[in-house]
Design a binder for this molecule. Sequence first.
Ligand SMILES: [Zn+2]
Length: 188
Amino acid sequence: MSEPEFSERDWRRLLSSLGEDPDRPGLVETPSRVAKAWKQWTAGYDQDPADFLKVFEDGANDYNELIVVRGIPVYSHCEHHLAPFFGKATIGYVPNGKIVGLSKLTRLVDCFAKRLQVQERLTTQIADAFQTHLQPHAVGVVISCRHACMESRGISTLGEDTITSAMLGELHTNPVLRAEFFARAREG
Ligand SMILES: [Zn+2]
């Protein structure tokens, strides 16, 4: 990319604009710390799901029932306020010869979550990438997150979750399968 990197100097300027003294002891290291943190929080721009999903050719041995994986961590930042939103994702799918382990699903979620996002797009991108690279008979994604930008400004109450979902293939067309998915997503 040709754009200049957002540097420590820019974070110093931000601190000044908030009315802070960037040279006071508590803040001296902050610009470099924040710059590093944002590199991690946006590391997804350098990741391509094809790189870690294509290696999985595990035979599913004709397993063609719904697989549901819950509790996949989501940590992202909203593109409107740069505030964190975080929670859990559930991914359900009916394999078509390829199954994936939990670590791959975590990486899949992470590679889209570690970009500036809105929760709706994050949900759709995960489902679409899963569909593209694993061609399952069905895939569904449900994400439940708390949004710091909404809670801290009183737009939603503390601890309130926003829930989004995306259903593709048989999970889109078959209401019985979809009901089973949502029931299993809620279990526990
Ligand atoms: Zn926001």
